[in-house]
Design a protein around this ligand. Structure first.
Ligand SMILES: Nc1ncnc2c1ncn2[C@@H]1O[C@H](COP(=O)(O)OP(=O)(O)OP(=O)(O)O)[C@@H](O)[C@H]1O
Ligand SMILES: [Mg+2]
Length: 385
């Protein structure tokens, strides 16, 4: 028996959406309706079998279809045009769309042809299966480390997390420093280079893995790739949300894990990175001021329409017996899950931080308490229960 198909319906027109939903077999298919602006994110999140795109404006349609095809060439793409613009239809076909119909005249034709389209898609899928094909590299995960409060340990934790992930697995990992005004990761990891994320700006429209690897630095102990921030406020200011989205989407396609160190400012760039992230790890200190800042962050996200409930979890850092709040207090106060806890470890960290030395160097070595806690965290990410 054929399996259920995962169908993405991209439509901003409620009437057409309802007509289509009523005519499709909802038992045999999973249909998700999204707006145009969410297409890239949705095709990245999971493999889609069929994408049906209802024209709303002409902006970026061709690019979107090219993008869908670049993520998975097998995705069957259908364009429902609301005007008969022969040039547009030609470009759509060139971009890889398999079928197009012009509405409203051809709506019933499309609906009657849809079962045949599904069948031919299934057959194509079966024949592709016989010759093992690669969908490019793994669908990378983006993990962002954030807190609205400065100095909570974001940079130290994200860099040690990335380093540990690389040392303890075979995954391709990239660490991205998005503190575009002040940097920080290069000092923590003793990386000296004159290349930075900003060097990707001229090629951002056609960004690929090679561009990224040309600019990133390879950390010598672990072979972790690191993208350094420009450390020049003026250069950093020239990068915008579109740049961040494109950068992260390309990184996602080329790496298994993209680890992002975010600045505490909730700028448009930070918001863009948070929106692209699969997981946001909020670094919280066990004290009431940290909780207040968290509350503030939640409110800002709500205003910006960023939904955190499924993607945000807490990292409680600098935990110790003499702190104002203990884990059991936090469990009562937080509405997000606590992903992991990290002990206060001044003694262990001191010499590494002073020397600007990476905290993890080899898969097997003596670990300070801080590194043990990060290792436990990494294991829980690599082997979720
Ligand atoms: N678990 C810990 N135990 C002891 N000290 C810690 C711990 N975590 C972080 N620190 C210390 O806190 C300081 C700030 O850490 P870090 O630079 O990583 O914070 P940050 O959140 O990135 O700061 P910023 O907001 O300025 O970017 C560092 O000096 C670090 O050594
Ligand atoms: Mg930092």
């Amino acid at each position: 028996m054929d399996r259920n198909l995962d169908i993405l319906l991209v439509s901003e027109d409620e009437t057409i959406t309802n007509q289509l939903l009523n005519s499709f077999d909802r038992d045999e298919n999973t249909i998700t309706v999204v707006r145009f602006e969410d297409v890239s994110r949705e095709v990245n999140r999971q493999t889609r079998d069929i994408v049906i795109m209802v024209q709303s404006s002409n902006d970026h349609i061709v690019e979107q279809i090219q993008y869908i095809k670049s993520i998975n060439p097998l995705t069957f793409t259908i364009f429902l045009a609301t005007e008969s613009d022969i040039n547009l239809l030609r470009n759509i076909t060139r971009a890889g769309a398999e079928e197009f119909f012009v509405l409203p005249e051809e709506l019933s034709l499309f609906i009657s042809r849809f079962p045949t389209i599904q069948k031919s898609y299934q057959m194509r899928l079966d024949s592709e299966k016989e010759q093992p094909i690669m969908f490019g590299k793994g669908r990378g995960q983006i993990y962002s480390f954030y807190s609205g409060k400065g100095g909570t340990g974001k940079s130290l934790i994200s860099s040690t997390f990335a380093q540990t992930l690389k040392l303890e697995s075979a995954a391709e990992v990239i660490l991205i420093d998005l503190n575009l005004q002040y940097g920080g990761i290069e000092t923590l990891m003793s990386i000296s280079t004159n290349r930075s994320i900003a060097d990707l700006k001229p090629v951002i429209q056609e960004l690929n893995e090679n561009h990224i690897r040309n600019v990133s630095q390879t950390e010598e102990n672990s072979q972790l790739e690191v993208l350094i921030s420009p450390c020049d406020a003026e250069v950093g200011e020239q990068l915008d949300e579109d740049f961040i989205s494109r950068l992260l989407r390309t990184c996602r396609r080329s790496f298994d894990y993209c680890v992002i160190d975010l600045p505490p400012q909730m700028s448009a760039l930070t918001a863009a990175a948070i929106e692209e992230s699969d997981q946001i790890y909020y670094v919280l200190l066990p004290e009431t001021t940290s909780l207040k800042v968290l509350k503030n962050f939640e409110e800002v996200c709500e205003r910006l329409g960023i939904h955190l409930q499924s993607s945000l979890s807490m990292i409680v850092n600098q935990l110790s017996k003499d702190k104002e709040l203990q884990i059991k207090d936090l469990k009562n106060l937080l509405r997000f899950p606590i992903k992991t806890t990290i002990r206060y470890d001044y003694k262990g960290l001191q010499s590494f931080v002073n020397k600007g030395e990476v905290i993890r160097k080899k898969p097997k070595e003596k670990l300070i308490p801080f590194s043990k806690d990060i290792r436990k965290f990494v294991k829980s990410v690599l082997n979720p229960k």
